[in-house]
Design a protein around this ligand. Sequence first.
Ligand SMILES: Cc1ncc(COP(=O)(O)O)c(C=O)c1O
Length: 401
Amino acid sequence: MKIKKNKNLSLSTRAIHGKHLHPFKGPVTLPIYQTSTYRFENSNDAIRYSEGDPNVLVYTRYHNPSVNEVEDRITLMENGEASALFSSGMAAISTAILSICKSGDEIVSTPALYGGTYRFFRDTLPNYNIPVKYVDPESLEDIVYLINPKTKVVYFETPTNPTLSLVDIEKLVRLTRKMEKEFKNKINIIIDNTFATILNQKPFDSDVDVIVESSTKYLGGHADLMGGVVIGTKKFIKSLKELAKHLGGCADPFAAFLLDRSLKTFELRVQRQNENALALASALEKHPKVLRVIYPGLPSHPQHKLAKKQMTGFGGMVTIEVKGGVKGAEKICDSLKVAINAMSLGGVETLVSIPVYSSHVKMSNEELKKHGVTQGMIRISVGVEGIKDLIEDFKQAIGKL
Ligand SMILES: Cc1ncc(COP(=O)(O)O)c(C=O)c1O
């Protein structure tokens, strides 16, 4: 996608002020338009709406000023053309996919996905005759054998959940565009950028078409809201919003308000999470009861070179594999005093979860192997607490093994 660059203002300035860089009368914070419907001045408004005038507000499932303001803010932050906010990340992802694919179309994806997305691909899309084929990120060249004239979407996550392995964005895009040319068939390249966030990874700079994100995570950042966002061209978001009206996963105005509050500190929070994650990962790497620390920012990460090429920071997610398998992982999670044993990620508080009980539950051993998930893994979403406290906390918990 060719995006007009908005590089003259910093990320935080765009996040805090949106389009309102000049003083105007009104509240400093975003008002919550907590309404399902809108008063018409007179029936002319209803007539204008019936004639397709997009400026007439009619119903919050279609549009809402609080939601629309946050969409504009995110568009500016991510250097897209337009955005659509949803009630959850899964609503954003499923609506984005279904707005592109119809029965008979195909998707090519990388296999290590957020569990919910993987299950949507595995259990739901085949019922609509939309098969998903998987390409191993270590043999990305094989994508040329998987793409055919029916392929409408190439979908991927990087870093992946929870193994934090990377997909080479530049290579994936290059190979996909080559096949697109060969078959004269538009392929939408979609990235789930939830883990890296726009602070650490800028997919539109690499000609990715669409970014999807669970705004429940780093964009929200306080473990108090559910949301999802899709960012793309104006044309794409317009057609996506038409389908969103039917599927109904619209964002709630109060969630939009909370998200607006969160965006203002997004850069500060994620910068600190980057720093804390690197420090914690480095400390845990030295621990004798930790078998493996996976963090793209560590030189020991097998794709550290690629991480440095395509990321400007390495994110707040760290995965460790501990001695004692799943029982060892349970023992540590139950012994932590600062970090919280809870699912989800991206918030200011450090959370730990055991992938075989959370994101990768109900997967066969074969699927777990394919995803690189082992029994003794703990996924850490590093928060913004004092780093000394975090390191001490993990040391004392691992010491209980
Ligand atoms: C990478 C990723 N994408 C998407 C989702 C789905 O987001 P939500 O839970 O907001 O529906 C998650 C949730 O954990 C996730 O980790």
